[in-house]
Design a protein around this ligand. Sequence first.
Ligand SMILES: [Zn+2]
Length: 86
Amino acid sequence: MSAGTVPLHRYPGLKVRLACRSCPRKGQFGKATLIERVGRNESLVTLRLKIADGWGCEIAKAVMAGEHPPGSVQCGVHYPELITGR
Ligand SMILES: [Zn+2]
């Protein structure tokens, strides 16, 4: 499963876990709470950036604002429980 096309409601499990590879930020959120906040069809890719932005990650904030130049350092926020590449 690729996180790129997966909407929030298809995240497996009731808790959504996130962690950043570039900084020590990590956390977990109730899926129902997230759905209330952003809607069930929010893409997991957008959602992780929104959450990293909320954590105060400067890179994620720049990406969300469309100010992040392609090819530069990326925020490492990801879903450690999501199996990708299958
Ligand atoms: Zn980050």
